[in-house]
Write a protein that binds this ligand. Structure first.
Ligand SMILES: Cc1cc2nc3c(=O)[nH]c(=O)nc-3n(C[C@H](O)[C@H](O)[C@H](O)COP(=O)(O)OP(=O)(O)OC[C@H]3O[C@@H](n4cnc5c(N)ncnc54)[C@H](O)[C@@H]3O)c2cc1C
Length: 215
């Protein structure tokens, strides 16, 4: 796991599964015996894996799941393995404000699972729905009422694999969004050692507030 994790630590997992497409995940879930733990991961920026590794199976979504698409209804569809920063940049180019994702080092699946947020904006604010695969292999659509969003929290089962999501971000001018992202990067660099592999914030913000929301 050290090769896959943000902090470059962690022993071996029993089984690492990298699906090519959604049907692969369903097939895998049905094939794995019920008593084997299954855990989806993103880029492990919110995980520290112990030296003893992970017992069970880890599912890591790859390139087949990193899409970004503007939908006819004015929403965007994003793949779970796409990096938050990449999605923020692609959205800005298309005139959508997902700038709060620009400085978060994770991927979209982890951002949804953790209700990632920055500078007063949260994934929950823009969440419309997500497609996910359950432990029994069934594909389900999750709506906001299924999520139990709270500060860095959802109530999703730990073995549910989020595959993609539909988000409804506010609109913005690409140049203004670009400037907002540059300001966010600057702000982050002032408050965290961005050139080191740190864990980011060590403490929770009080009562769901971010420390700065004025940019
Ligand atoms: C330097 C640094 C700065 C950070 N700054 C912020 C910040 O500003 N705001 C913030 O909110 N967080 C921040 N974080 C924490 C972290 O980046 C977020 O929690 C991020 O959303 C985790 O995404 P990930 O892809 O790395 O998920 P992982 O760490 O791989 O997994 C986190 C959780 O999500 C689950 N998960 C991952 N992918 C999926 C999937 N496809 N389907 C279902 N479940 C999944 C995992 O099982 C696990 O429970 C920071 C971390 C670091 C190291």
């Amino acid at each position: 796991m050290a090769d896959l994790s943000w902090l470059r630590v962690g022993g071996a997992v029993d089984l690492l599964f990298q699906p090519a497409h959604m049907a692969d995940i369903s097939t895998f879930m049905r094939a794995v015996p019920d008593d084997v733990n299954v855990m989806p991961i993103g880029v492990c920026s919110n995980l520290i894996v112990r030296d003893g590794g992970i017992r069970g199976a880890v599912i890591r979504l790859g390139r087949g799941f990193n899409g970004f698409e503007v939908m006819a209804n004015g929403c965007v569809r994003v793949g779970a393995s796409a990096l938050d920063a990449q999605i923020a940049k692609k959205a800005a180019e298309a005139g959508f404000d997902l700038t709060f994702l620009r400085t978060i080092p994770g991927a979209i699946g982890g951002a949804i699972r953790m209700n990632a947020g920055c500078y007063g904006h949260y994934l929950a604010d823009v969440f419309v729905s997500a497609t996910a695969v359950r432990r029994d292999g069934k594909v389900v659509t999750l709506k906001p009422q299924d999520m139990d969003f709270a500060y860095r929290h959802t109530g999703l089962p730990p073995d549910l694999v989020i595959v993609q999501a539909v988000l409804s971000p506010p609109k913005g001018e690409p140049a203004a969004l670009e400037a907002k992202m540059a300001a966010a990067l600057e702000m982050r660099a002032k408050s965290q050692p961005v050139k080191e592999r740190s864990c980011g914030s060590t403490f929770r913000n009080p009562a769901g507030f971010s420390t700065y929301s004025g940019y």
